[in-house]
Design a protein around this ligand. Structure first.
Ligand SMILES: CC(C)(COP(=O)(O)OP(=O)(O)OC[C@H]1O[C@@H](n2cnc3c(N)ncnc32)[C@H](O)[C@@H]1OP(=O)(O)O)[C@@H](O)C(=O)NCCC(=O)NCCS
Length: 142
């Protein structure tokens, strides 16, 4: 099941986030995100366990994916794909462009995004400390 973030999910989301990005908890204020009108956080839950989440900012014509993380034990089970599918069904029809940054070395994520029609549009040098980021984007046809 995919649903909006609730307060009781915070601990799990911070844990999942911190495993990937050490300062995730410091930089992501989940309670503020729940209240602002631009940030959306969806979780994937199965048998009362949150196994993954997707976080993005949404403006009338643009979405920027902040993070998508699936717990290690549940990867390759289509969860990230379900979360992205859900985003596509939820987004307003006015959205024309979706962007994101991803580490150059993060092949699973790059493959995931390519499967969803994203293309590498630029390289952001040393975006993650010493590592470059790819800026990926997908334009939506109207
Ligand atoms: C990237 C990530 C979210 C994918 O989640 P997932 O639920 O395992 O992905 P899915 O099962 O929906 O896979 C969808 C597609 O992604 C690609 N993919 C996912 N994992 C992959 C891997 N390890 N190697 C290669 N391709 C992979 C494949 O194209 C796959 O389609 P397929 O199964 O038909 O081959 C997950 O690996 C993760 O949480 N990684 C750590 C966090 C992270 O790096 N997030 C991205 C931040 S930009």
């Amino acid at each position: 099941m995919i649903r909006y973030l609730k307060n009781e999910d915070f601990e799990t989301i911070y844990k999942l986030g911190n495993e990937i990005t050490p300062n995730f908890k410091k930089t992501m204020n989940l309670s503020e995100m729940m209240e602002d009108n631009y940030t959306k956080v969806f979780v994937y839950e199965e048998e009362k366990e949150v196994q993954g989440f997707l976080m993005y900012t949404e403006l009338p014509d643009t979405i920027d994916i902040i993070d998508i993380i699936v717990a290690e034990d549940y990867r390759r089970k289509n969860i990230a794909s379900c979360l992205l599918d859900y985003m596509f069904t939820e987004m307003p029809t006015s959205v024309q462009l979706i962007t994101l940054e991803v580490r150059e070395s993060n092949l699973p994520a790059i493959k995931l995004y390519e499967k969803f029609g994203f293309e590498i549009v630029n390289t952001r040098k040393k975006y993650y400390g010493e590592e470059n980021a790819y800026l990926m984007g997908r334009r939506l046809e109207k």
